[in-house]
Design a protein around this ligand. Sequence first.
Ligand code: UD1
Length: 386
Amino acid sequence: MLDPVAAVGPVLCVVGARPNYMKMAPLLRAFAAEPAMPSALLVHTGQHYDFALNGRLFADLQLPSPDVNLEVGSGSHAVQTAEVMKRFEPLLDAHSPSCVVVVGDVNSTLACSLVAAKREVPVAHVEAGLRSFDRTMPEEINRVLTDQIAELLYTTERGALANLEREGVDPARVHFVGNLMIDSLHAALPRAVAPAATLSAEGHPADLIGKGFGLVTLHRPSNVDAPDALAALLEALAAIAARLPLLWPMHPRTRASIERFALVEALRAPGLVCLPPQGYLEMVGLMNAATVVLTDSGGVQEETTALGVPCLTLRENTERPITVEQGTNTLIGRDFPALRAAVESILAGGGKRGRLPELWDGRTAGRIARHMAQWLRAPRAARVIG
Ligand code: UD1
C-alpha cells in the first residue's frame, strides 16, 4: 500500500565531477516525467569548476543549472571531502529531503552519502557494486563506503550483486536497472559533433584523420602523477602516433603534471594532437568514429562497449568487468609493448567486436524513477534496510 504522506520532501540529486553529469541528466528528466516522484533539486558540490570540465557539459547534456552550488573546488582528498560535508549538511535542514541521490564514485558521492546517512536521510546510490578490488584507487574507497550506507543500490551489471553480498549488503537493497551512461549516449548520438569539425574548431587540419585516428583520455593518478610513469607513457604514445594519429583531449590534472615534470617536449611527437578537454557532444563524435580508444577512464570503457569501438584500457584492473567479458574492452595495464601490439592488431582489421550488455538499452532512467517513486511512497517500516 502506498502512503501519500511518507515522501513529502524533495529528492536532492548530487553531482560533483564530470562523470556524474552523464548519469544525472537522464535521471532528472525521468524524475520530472514520473508523476509519483517528489520534486527534485540539483546540488552541485563544485568539485569540478572549469568551464571545459563543467559548464560546457551541462549545456551538452541539457542538464538544468544547479539549484545549489556548494563551490568546494580542489584540495586534498580530506579537504575536498570535508568541505563538501560541511557545506552539504545545511541543505538537509533547509529542504528536509525524502532522499539523497548520488551517482558514481567521486569524492562528492561519498561525502554527501555520509552526511545524509548520519542524518537518517535515505541515500540512493546509482552505479552501485562496481569493484576494482584495488584499494589504492580513491574511487574504490568511495564505492565501498557509499554502498555500505546507501539504502537503495542501483546496479549497472548483474555481477555487482555478488560484490555487494560479499560485503554483507542485503540483496533486497540491490536493484539491477542497467546503465544511465548509455541513456545519455543515446540522447547525444544524433547531435554528436563530427571529429573533423572538432579538429577545425581547435585550429588543426581536418584531413589529419583521413585514414582513421586513435582517441586518448588519461587522468588517473597511477598514470599521470609520477614523472617516470608519465614519461614512459608519453614515449609509448609517440610510437603509436607515428602509425596512427592520436587525438588527446587533455584533463587539466594531466596537463599540469606534464608541465610540472618538464615533459612538454614529448607532446611535439608527430601525429600526437593535444586538445583541451572537450564537450560531451564532441567526445561522443570522437569515440564513435575512432579506430581505437586508449583510456584509463571508467565511463569511456562503457561508452566504447556500447558504441562497438575497440578500447584499450591503461589500467591493471577494471571495476567494469562486463566491458571486458562482453564488450570491446581489453585491459593493457602499463605493458607498452602489449599496447603497441594491440594497436597493430586493430589496424590489421581485428579488435574486439563485443555485444551490448543486458539493460544497456537507453531506458535505465525510467526504470530507476518508477522504482524510486514506489519506494519513497511506501511506509518507511515496509522498506528493506539491510
Ligand atoms: C575526479 C574523480 C575521478 C573522475 C574524474 C573525472 C575523485 C576522487 N576523482 O578526478 O573519479 O574520473 O574526476 O574528471 O573524485 N582541476 C581543474 N579544474 C577543475 C577540476 C579539477 O583544473 O574543474 C584540476 C585541479 O588541479 C585538481 C585536479 O584537476 O587538483 C584534480 O581534480 P579532482 O576533482 O580532485 O580529481 P580528478 O582527477 O578530476
